[in-house]
Design a binder for this molecule. Structure first.
Ligand code: NAP
Length: 244
């Protein structure tokens, strides 16, 4: 069986980095992205430490030129992913009254529009192969709402609705489209949150702790596997019971 190409966006750090790690074996050709050359080098090191020949490419989803270059580079290297994990993300939090249009647009660009562009671009290859797995990273915040995150929750709720629609459009071609919606996970994304607020959050989570990036990666790997062949159009929540 030929190796499956797996693209994980935003895999220099956090959840994306753990997801990429789960695909570092002989069954896959991993492709990671970062916004900076530093991030690219970190991904390359991960490949060489594990003796894997993967690809590390630059991609800034808030920059049209970067996206076009990325598509060009993927094409030149013959890289059409069989498994697409749309993970890259940012937060630009503020109460709605104080939220700038720039912060609104950036978050929508990176999450919702970025995922749309990647799915649209790589769908053709999956349709041709009559096989594909798309896993979009959403957030529990899309279901709960979250003070200070009107941009982020709008983007994530949009991603979930868009994914259901695409699941209906391409299901007959053996392509599944699902979302994974994490709760609070220990990554850089939480580093600016007030520690007192985080202790209150932890006390409200039935499992009484934050999640680990590898716990999200394990669910993503499952959704990409043959064991999940009959799952499509779903948002799978993983949050220690914070939202149920
Ligand atoms: P993180 O540790 O901050 O990592 C973010 C990743 O996205 C990095 O690899 C970063 O690349 C990349 N990225 C940032 N801006 C980008 C841009 N403009 N274009 C392309 N890539 C960009 O975040 P994380 O916590 O792992 O989050 C990963 C995903 O999980 C996101 O979609 C996030 O919304 C979602 N999520 C996270 C949590 C949580 O509690 N952590 C909860 C729910 C959902 P560089 O290293 O180059 O900056």
């Amino acid at each position: 069986m030929s190796k499956k190409k797996v693209l994980v966006t935003g895999s220099s750090r956090g959840i994306g980095n753990s997801i990429l790690e789960f695909f570092l074996n002989d069954e896959f050709i991993p492709i990671g992205t970062a916004t900076s050359s530093n991030g690219i080098e970190m991904i390359k090191k991960k490949f060489s430490d594990n003796n894997i020949s993967g690809h590390a490419l630059e991609l800034d989803l808030n920059n049209t030129n970067s996206i076009e270059n990325f598509f060009k580079n993927m094409k030149e290297e013959g890289l059409s992913p069989d498994i697409l994990v749309n993970n890259a993300g940012i937060a630009r939090d503020n109460l709605m009254l104080r939220m700038s249009e720039q912060d609104w647009a950036e978050v929508l660009n990176v999450h919702l529009t970025g995922q749309f562009k990647l799915m649209k671009n790589f769908l053709r290859g999956m349709l041709k192969n009559k096989w594909g797995r798309i896993i979009n990273i959403s957030s529990a915040a899309a279901a709960l709402g979250n003070k200070g995150q009107s941009n982020y929750v709008a983007a994530k709720a949009g991603i979930e609705a868009m994914s259901k629609t695409l699941a209906r459009e391409v299901g007959s071609k053996n392509i599944t489209v699902n979302c994974v919606a994490p709760g609070f996970i220990e990554t850089d994304m939480l580093k600016d949150l007030d520690q007192e607020y985080l202790s209150v959050v932890k006390s409200e989570i039935p499992l009484q702790r934050l999640g680990k990036p590898e716990e999200i990666a394990s669910l993503v790997k499952f959704l990409a596997s043959d064991e999940a062949n009959y799952i499509t159009g779903q948002t799978v929540h993983i949050n220690g019971g914070l939202f149920m």
